[in-house]
Design a protein. Structure first.
Length: 66
C-alpha cells in the first residue's frame, strides 16, 4: 500500500431475532482508481498480530517509543 492509496473502513452492526449483536468490519484499499482490494475480519486479525510484533521489534531496535 502506498501513502496515496485510499483506505475505506466500514463497520456493520447486525442484530438477530434474539437480540444478539454481530459486528463486522470490512476494510478496502483502492490501490488503482476504481479497483478495491478487501480484507476479511479473519485476515485483519492476522494482520494486526503481525503489525503488533513488527512495532515491538522496531521499538526494541531503536530503544524508544514507536
Amino acid at each position: 500500500m502506498k501513502k496515496d492509496d485510499t483506505c475505506y473502513v466500514t463497520k456493520t452492526v447486525d442484530q438477530d431475532n434474539k437480540g444478539r449483536k454481530e459486528v463486522t468490519y470490512c476494510v478496502c484499499v483502492e490501490d488503482d482508481p476504481g479497483q478495491l482490494e478487501s480484507l476479511s475480519f479473519r485476515q485483519l486479525e492476522a494482520l494486526s498480530a503481525f503489525l503488533c510484533d513488527y512495532v515491538r521489534e522496531e521499538k526494541s531496535k531503536k530503544g524508544g517509543d514507536a
